[in-house]
Design a protein around this ligand. Sequence first.
Ligand SMILES: *[C@@H]1O[C@H](CO)[C@@H](O)[C@H](O)[C@H]1NC(C)=O
Ligand SMILES: *[C@@H]1O[C@H](CO)[C@@H](O)[C@H](O)[C@H]1NC(C)=O
Ligand SMILES: *[C@@H]1O[C@H](CO)[C@@H](O)[C@H](O)[C@H]1NC(C)=O
Ligand SMILES: *[C@@H]1O[C@H](CO)[C@@H](O)[C@H](O)[C@H]1NC(C)=O
Ligand SMILES: *[C@@H]1O[C@H](CO)[C@@H](O)[C@H](O)[C@H]1NC(C)=O
Ligand SMILES: *[C@@H]1O[C@H](CO)[C@@H](O)[C@H](O)[C@H]1NC(C)=O
Ligand SMILES: *[C@@H]1O[C@H](CO)[C@@H](O)[C@H](O)[C@H]1NC(C)=O
Length: 312
Amino acid sequence: MNLEGSTLSPMQTHISQQKSVIQPKQRSKTIDLTLKDCGKIVSSILIPILICIFTVVTTLQQHNSAAQQREQDNHLAQKQRELENDIAVQERLQDKQQQDDSLKENLFSSYLRDITDLTLHNKSININDRMQYIRSKILTTLRRLDSERKRNLILFLYESNLISYNEKNPQKHVVDLSGADLNNLNFTSTSKLKYWLKSINLTNVYLINATFINVYLHRADFTNSIMTDSSFSECVLSDSFFKDGILDRADLTNTVMQNTIFYSSSLFQTNFTNAHIDHVDFRNVNLSRSIKLIKIENVTLDLTFDPLSNHM
Ligand SMILES: *[C@@H]1O[C@H](CO)[C@@H](O)[C@H](O)[C@H]1NC(C)=O
Ligand SMILES: *[C@@H]1O[C@H](CO)[C@@H](O)[C@H](O)[C@H]1NC(C)=O
Ligand SMILES: *[C@@H]1O[C@H](CO)[C@@H](O)[C@H](O)[C@H]1NC(C)=O
Ligand SMILES: *[C@@H]1O[C@H](CO)[C@@H](O)[C@H](O)[C@H]1NC(C)=O
Ligand SMILES: *[C@@H]1O[C@H](CO)[C@@H](O)[C@H](O)[C@H]1NC(C)=O
Ligand SMILES: *[C@@H]1O[C@H](CO)[C@@H](O)[C@H](O)[C@H]1NC(C)=O
Ligand SMILES: *[C@@H]1O[C@H](CO)[C@@H](O)[C@H](O)[C@H]1NC(C)=O
């Protein structure tokens, strides 16, 4: 212990002595260096500073052009985003439309299934209740349908003999469509498809702005229906009933009317151009402005015949 202690202590002192000797020398050296080479250092610093400034300036310039570039890029990106947004919005709208359409379609077909099931299979309910149920289903459905689906529904009902009266079976029950919203209904026959709605019963319904073009409507019943702004252009309306109906501003151009009953209806401002009018009951009808406004050509007017006495 002692030996070690004695050997250590001189070494420690030596080190401390060395330290004390070196320290003043170092200090003087650094001071000398700074003083002598101040100019050199300044010039050596100046160059990197200049380079640095140059770099900064050029970087700033580059940065500026880069900023311009970025601005341009941003502008383009913005434009692209806008375009993409437009497309996305359009796609979303289309999706929504398709969803709405398929929703309507589903609603429509499910109601039709209901109706068919009830009428064809459920004989346990009495016929009047069945018809009442069908009626309420139809009226609710119609409010949600566009004009094309309205037409399809009416066609379905017609072909199921639910809204036409069958001459062979006059006792057959029909669905009462009173109050039904059939506005904008469109039956336009084409060269490929000709609509034939003989004996259709559309009494007490709304048919505002409805279109029937080139449709065969023999013995059809439109009694007490509101048909303002509708068109029956080129239709055959033989033996049909429009009693108490409203046909203001209706288009009856090129329409064939034979034994047709307009008794007590309103035909205000109606266009009869080129209509074929034969044995038509115009008693108690408001035809004001129709005659004055419209040039009647090639029309057979026979107001002496009273078809009501035959039918009622
Ligand atoms: C028929 O109608 C009744 C009363 O609404 C109902 O309880 C029954 O399930 C129906 N049957 C069928 C086969 O739909
Ligand atoms: C049409 O239906 C109504 C009841 O909805 C009925 O009173 C009328 O007699 C029917 N028309 C024809 C021509 O059968
Ligand atoms: C009615 O339908 C026909 C063909 O189905 C179409 O050409 C016409 O534009 C439609 N009219 C209206 C008013 O929607
Ligand atoms: C009537 O039908 C026409 C198409 O023939 C349509 O442009 C217009 O919006 C409809 N009017 C109403 C009040 O529904
Ligand atoms: C009546 O219909 C004819 C044939 O479509 C048309 O040329 C004429 O302008 C119409 N008149 C009125 C007053 O709408
Ligand atoms: C015919 O109908 C129009 C429009 O509803 C009405 O202004 C006019 O007073 C009516 N004319 C007659 C004679 O009832
Ligand atoms: C009148 O009717 C006849 C025969 O239907 C036809 O030949 C003629 O072109 C018609 N006139 C007008 C002005 O429509």
